[in-house]
Design a protein. Structure first.
Length: 135
């Protein structure tokens, strides 16, 4: 298969059930992003420093792993390692839902479990030092 030929689909090819399956994935991405943002903001007081750290983490989570490009471009040795990164995992699951990637049942279960574990650990980590106050 030519690495530079990407599958194309028309928007009319995307069934409504596939779009509905993307909703929980978007919710997971939102939770991960919110918890990371909250954790970064909690660590430092200087807004300029917070912005620099958040931008660097954003670049590392979106540009390096296969979010904007297919996993097949990377050498196969990196596939398992890369899917530990939550954004790459979410992107690959979204490709599977929309029909752009084939994933085995075992890999699908592992990716879903890893994503659930990631959310759980991040929420736990962010909430352990948090003291809620009523305004």
């Amino acid at each position: 298969r030519d690495l530079h030929s990407f599958p194309t689909r028309r928007s009319s090819d995307l069934a409504i059930w596939r779009v509905l399956l993307l909703v929980p994935l978007v919710a997971v991405a939102w939770i991960i992003g919110s918890v990371l943002g909250f954790s970064i903001a909690k660590q430092w007081d200087n807004p300029a420093y917070i912005s620099a750290v958040a931008n660097m983490i954003g670049y590392l989570l979106v540009l390096l792993p296969p979010v904007y490009y297919p996993l097949s471009i990377l050498p196969s040795e990196f596939h398992t390692i890369v899917l530990v990164i939550p954004t790459a995992n979410i992107a690959q699951l979204a490709r599977w839902i929309t029909g752009f990637a084939d994933i085995s049942a075992m890999t699908l279960a592992a990716q879903g479990g890893l994503l659930a574990l990631t959310v759980g650990v991040l929420v736990w980590f962010a909430s352990r030092d948090t003291h809620w106050q009523q305004v």
